[in-house]
Design a protein around this ligand. Structure first.
Ligand code: FES
Length: 110
């Protein structure tokens, strides 16, 4: 089973570690284990479930058309609001669309 490590935003807290079913949606797998990530539509269009993939980006399913459009929109919005350092050259994904294929480390993107 792949491992998902979730880096918390609190400075002194340890990462949360979850074993998840391979090939399943990241958001769903974490919710089943009690970690409810920020979310909205759960359909890939609102961007509320955005995450940064810190390690193992290649261990997620490829971006589909809907996720690609939403991630591009998120990056554009961050750049327009002078927060480009949070998204430029970062692996931004949507937890409601990405399927876990191997070990990853993520953090919520505020
Ligand atoms: S919850 Fe809306 S894009 Fe994931």
């Amino acid at each position: 089973m792949p491992t998902v490590s979730v880096k918390t935003l609190a400075p002194n807290e340890k990462d949360q570690i979850f074993e998840v079913n391979q090939g399943k949606i990241l958001f769903d797998e974490l919710e089943l284990q009690g970690l409810l990530l920020p979310h909205g539509c759960l359909a890939g269009s609102c961007g509320s479930c955005r995450i940064e993939v810190l390690e193992g980006a290649g261990n997620l399913s490829p971006l589909g058309a809907v996720e690609t459009d939403t991630v591009e929109s998120i990056k554009k919005n961050y750049c327009e609001t002078n927060r480009s350092e949070l998204v430029v050259n970062k692996n931004i994904r949507l937890s409601c669309r990405a399927k876990v294929l191997g070990d990853i480390k993520i953090t919520v993107l505020k």
